[in-house]
Design a protein. Structure first.
Length: 189
């Protein structure tokens, strides 16, 4: 387990680096075990991807993607202290990433650009999975065969787009996590 206020990068060029984390109530970083599992699944495809870490929080998922070869990561985080800490961590690691200090749902109403990998881990209290998934799918934010990671409370029920096909899934404690592969919608259906 990481020391309070710090999260360890699991693999890649930044392996064992420590992400400094502000002490904020309700902050729930993705566990090391879950991040390791996710990036083992993504190992063959993460290199060179354009990645979106939506509801970035600590930025642990997006930093892990950068560490493992993602070409670019956009972090969207509305909490100013988390966005500031994320910028400081990226500078300390000497890696670049775009940090957007905005509400994810508002940002998704702006001009779209397609991402190859989307990390979707909103604060559980927001119950934002279905609305965010719909905004990603309909707004032009996903590459034709994008990968989408979804983290939620165990037992949560929400609708995802029909063309997001489950690839792998797991559970750790009270958290469920799944990796989906987007297929282009069938124009005849």
């Amino acid at each position: 387990m990481s020391a309070p206020g710090r999260i360890r990068v699991i693999g890649g060029t930044l392996r064992n680096s420590r992400i400094e984390v502000p002490d904020l109530p309700g902050l729930r970083p993705t566990s090391e075990r879950v991040r390791e599992t996710l990036f083992n699944w993504l190992q063959p495809v993460v290199g060179g991807t354009r990645c979106l870490d939506l509801y970035a929080g600590t930025g642990a998922l997006g930093i892990e993607a950068l560490s493992r070869g993602a070409a670019a990561v956009t972090f969207v985080e509305r909490e100013p202290r988390l966005a500031t800490a994320l910028k400081a961590n990226l500078a300390r690691f000497k890696v670049s990433g775009e940090v957007v200090g905005d509400d994810a749902s508002r940002w998704l109403r702006g001009p779209a650009r397609p991402f190859d990998l989307v990390l979707l881990d909103p604060p559980f209290a927001l119950d934002a999975w279905a609305d965010t998934a719909r905004a990603l799918e309909l707004g032009g934010w996903l590459a034709a065969h994008a990968w989408i990671y979804v983290e939620s409370p165990r037992g949560a029920v929400f609708a995802l787009p029909d063309n997001w096909l489950p690839h792998r899934q797991g559970q750790a404690g009270e958290v469920a996590y799944a990796l989906y592969r987007r297929t282009p919608a069938d124009p005849l259906s």
